[in-house]
Every structure is written in structure tokens, then in C-alpha cells.
Design a protein around this ligand. Structure first.
Ligand code: DO4
Ligand code: MG
Length: 298
């Protein structure tokens, strides 16, 4: 779909996304404006890591000649998870709400959550490889063998190979609370399974930590058109700094193509809530946009 160049005039916080221009074409990167229009960045970048490594990302985007680029309505194309080769890792128990909810659900390990919340070293665990991550409007999964499943709405740091924050996106760290609560050693099964991680709809660049800590995270879950859960928190409630989390992730590790780090959840539904197939999850972060997924049993 061709049209006039998108009127991107403010280059301070730019948003870019990955999408399929047509169902059968290869994926492209594009700049997303506030009217929901994507300007394709054709031939500019082959891989996300080329974007993440740029020293002045917003400045680079501002200098591009986009007049001949194709434009699309984001609502008319398939948006993809905004990563291609990056591993996704997740920090945990970074908000007080996460700590107390997990202490309540845990049969034997309540003190582990209490201790990690106060410890110098944060909890960080592996979550997904890039090709397993679900994008916007796709299905997230609840395990067939779990009885208590929840979404975890989280701010995700998009890091380059030097561990610097190149941007932010929205993450859903799907979790099986009954499996984690039964025994903490089951955490990988509670956290890492088919469709357990969603990212999107775009990566926002140009915002510093002070600005991102002002953002609000909201989640709404609908079942048969009725709202069955709504909750919110502020990114500023995170106990640790982003730099601290990124620094621990990069200790004795290397990510030549960058990595994504989910920063933990501050919203946990009441204990009688569990997700069901066909539930619609909408996670909104004020500085980024909204990530929407429906639920299926996997
Ligand atoms: O401790 C288990 C996981 C914690 C987590 O995913 C979170 O706090 O968001
Ligand atoms: Mg989490």
C-alpha cells in the first residue's frame, strides 16, 4: 500500500516494529507513528541487531530519507514479535506484589522469594528463544497440565551486545502458578513452555530510565466480552534499577546479537483467578502501546 510519507516529526521517542507487508512476503522493519501507520524501512536493516548496535538510534532514524518507502496501516498487516535472533530472559520478584503473591502460593519455599527480594543478586531466568516468542494478536498458551495460569504484564528492556538499553517493549511472562507453587524447582516448567512468552507491538527508543519509570502498566482480561480482571502498576515500583538488572544478566554471559530482559511483574490477579481458553489479554504500557493476545491451551 503506497501513500504519502508518514509525518514523523518528533524523533525523540521513535517506535519501530517487525511486520509482514503481505502474508507471503519476508518480514520487514518499519517505523510506527501515533496514527498507527507503519513506514517500511526497506533495505536499511536485515537484522534487529544492526539497529540495536547503532550509537544514536533516534538520530539515525531521523536522518533516513523515507519519501520512497511503502506505508501500511498497522491494523491491516501482521505485526510480529519485534525480535529475530535475541534470547529472552526474565527478572523476577522485582515488585513487592510479586513477592507477596508468590509467598502465598508457595507450599515450601516462601522464604526464597523474601530473600531474593532483599538480596543484592536479582532472580534472573531464561525465558525463550526468539523463534518461540509470540507476537501481537497471536495466541499465548496455558499449559494443559496446569490448573492455575496467569499472564504477567512486564516492561521488557531491549539490550544491545554491550548491555545498553536500546529500547523498550511490552512483555507477557505467562506463568503456571500451581506448578511454581508446588515446588520452586519446577520453575522452568511453570515458565518455559509453548507460547509462554509474548512481546510487542513495537520497540520504543529514546526514553531514558527516569522517563520509563513514569510509565503505567495496565492489564485487562476479557472473557466472552466481559472484563474478568483488570489491574495496574507503575514501572517506578520496581525495586531495582534497569542498569542493575542488565548488568547481572551480562555477568559471565555474552549476547552478540543483544537480548531482551523482562523486568518482572507488579500485577498479579487474586488467588481465585485462572486464565481460560479464548480469554483476551490486553497489556498497555503508557510510553509504548498495547500488546493483545488471546489464550489457548497448549
Ligand atoms: O520467582 C519466580 C518468577 C518471578 C517472576 O516472573 C516475576 O516476578 O515476574
Ligand atoms: Mg514474571
Amino acid at each position: 500500500m503506497r501513500g504519502l510519507p508518514a509525518p514523523i516529526t518528533d524523533h525523540s521517542n521513535m517506535k519501530f516494529c517487525r511486520f509482514l507487508p503481505t502474508p507471503s512476503s519476508p518480514s520487514s522493519f518499519g517505523l510506527l507513528n501515533d496514527n498507527g501507520e507503519i513506514t517500511e524501512l526497506s533495505d536499511q536493516f536485515n537484522r534487529l541487531s544492526e539497529i540495536l548496535e547503532l550509537k544514536d538510534l533516534a538520530g539515525h532514524f531521523a536522518k533516513l530519507d523515507l519519501t520512497k518507502e511503502r506505508r501500511f496501516q498497522a491494523s491491516a498487516v501482521r505485526l510480529l514479535a519485534p525480535i529475530d535472533h535475541q534470547e529472552v530472559w526474565a527478572a523476577g520478584v522485582t515488585y513487592l506484589r510479586s513477592k507477596t503473591a508468590r509467598m502465598d502460593e508457595s507450599e515450601f519455599s516462601a522464604t526464597a522469594y523474601d530473600r531474593v527480594y532483599e538480596a543484592a543478586r536479582p532472580e534472573i531466568f531464561f525465558k525463550a528463544t526468539a523463534h518461540k516468542v509470540v507476537g501481537p494478536r497471536d495466541h499465548v498458551g496455558i499449559r494443559a497440565d496446569a490448573t492455575w495460569s496467569v499472564p504477567e504484564p512486564e516492561l521488557a528492556l531491549v539490550l544491545n551486545s554491550r548491555g545498553e538499553i536500546a529500547g523498550y517493549t511490552i512483555g507477557n511472562d505467562m506463568s503456571s502458578r500451581d506448578i511454581e507453587g508446588e515446588n520452586l524447582l519446577y520453575l522452568p516448567q511453570a515458565k518455559i513452555y509453548r507460547r509462554s512468552c509474548a512481546l510487542g507491538p513495537c520497540i520504543v527508543t529514546g526514553a531514558g530510565e527516569a522517563e520509563a519509570r513514569q510509565w503505567e502498566i495496565q492489564i485487562t482480561i476479557q472473557r466472552a466480552n466481559a472484563v474478568v480482571f483488570q489491574g495496574k502498576t507503575n514501572v517506578g515500583q520496581i525495586k531495582r534499577t534497569f542498569a542493575e538488572l542488565a548488568q547481572y544478566l551480562f555477568r559471565s554471559q555474552e549476547f552478540p546479537l543483544g537480548a531482551v530482559l523482562l523486568t518482572g511483574t507488579g500485577v498479579v490477579p487474586a488467588d481465585d483467578f485462572t486464565l481460560q481458553a479464548a480469554d483476551q489479554i490486553r497489556i498497555e504500557i503508557s510510553g509504548i502501546g498495547a500488546l493483545e493476545n488471546s489464550v489457548k491451551v497448549v
